[in-house]
Design a protein. Structure first.
Length: 329
């Protein structure tokens, strides 16, 4: 049987994945004989908010400074849109906006003067007006930097970091000094940046912020990248077991005889707790159902047991726990 259909050709070509905005390959940063960052590799795609987290001293600032061309690398490579941040500094400057944890501005400069300077550098006259409005600084153009509060200076740094046709914005401790409303508005601004295709490199100690904003997260511990994945997958892999809290109540007729021994007989891991409650680590829903069933047979209501599911912060603490304990010793 013949048909009038032409023979099938090759499948249509698909667009290649976009080149990464940031590509770190075995990045190593050292200060004299001390190696602050060792063999760290990651990529940040256009429109991605990438989080870099870890305890103090883990190497976050060293990575950020290497990406921004502020710190030489001892080994490996890092590029921004294919450019070396130090060798091709002029090109990278026009592609990169940075908001550092402690941004330093000339103390006698005025907000408007800084905006004019950034607009001139990035060749975008008038670009600051909308950003100042977004961050609640529209009425501060004539203010001296010394007259701004710490939170205002932080918001100004974030606004200036977005002036121009930047491809990458680096945000170091994004919302330090901001009140809850300003914090949420700032989050919205970051997500708007990503929606426009701008890549964002974010460091933060606020795990709720990281979880809310970041598509992927790299976890640094003692200068090494120990995990890299989405917040959800990191939580699933490293968050630990669920915990079940059983309220026993005080001694008396309302307390089932021998309930502690019967619960212990389930073979679950008992966690330290108060004498009027027992806390176990286990899996959900299987172990939860076993506890509820035992309580029901003892005449106790299911409401006597509550469940806590591990979150992203739990995963983070387990991933960096050894380093955190060592630092606190």
């Amino acid at each position: 049987m013949t048909t009038d259909q032409p023979p099938a050709g090759p499948p249509p070509a698909t667009d290649p994945a976009p080149a990464p905005v940031v590509h770190a390959d075995r990045l190593t940063v050292a200060y004299g004989t001390f190696t602050a960052v060792r063999d760290v590799s990651f990529r940040i795609r256009p429109g991605e908010v990438f989080g870099l987290i870890g305890p103090n001293g883990a190497g976050k600032t060293s990575v950020v400074e290497a990406v921004g061309g502020l710190r030489p690398v001892r080994g490996g490579t890092v590029t921004v849109c294919g450019h070396d941040p130090r060798r091709d500094r002029a090109a990278v400057t026009r592609l990169l906006g940075m908001q550092l944890q402690e941004s330093q501005f000339p103390s006698r400069a005025r907000v408007g003067e800084l905006c004019d300077l950034y607009e001139a550098v990035y060749r975008t006259p008038g670009a600051a007006a909308a950003l100042l409005e977004t961050f609640g600084l529209a009425d501060r153009r004539s203010s001296l930097i010394t007259d701004l509060s710490g939170g205002m200076r932080q918001r100004l740094a974030l606004a200036l970091a977005q002036i121009g046709d930047v491809r990458l914005v680096v945000l170091d401790e994004l919302t330090t000094g901001l009140d809850p409303h300003q914090r949420r508005e700032t989050w919205r601004s970051v997500l708007d940046l990503a929606a426009r295709g701008v890549a964002v490199l974010l460091t933060s100690h606020a795990m709720d912020e990281v979880e809310a904003l970041c598509g992927r997260v790299g976890v640094l511990r003692a200068g090494e990248l120990v995990a890299l994945d989405t917040p959800a997958k990191l939580t699933e892999a490293h968050g630990g077991p669920s915990t079940f809290l059983v309220e026993l109540g005080g001694p008396g007729p309302g307390r089932a005889a021998g309930i502690e021994e019967r619960l212990a007989g389930l073979g679950l891991t008992l966690l330290p707790g108060a004498p009027d409650r027992l806390e176990f680590a286990g899996s959900y829903p299987a172990d939860y159902d076993r506890i509820v069933g035992l309580l029901a047979r003892a005449g106790l209501p299911a409401s006597a047991v509550s469940r806590r599911t591990p979150g992203f912060e739990d995963a983070y603490l387990r991933l960096v726990g050894a380093a955190a304990v060592k630092e606190g010793a």
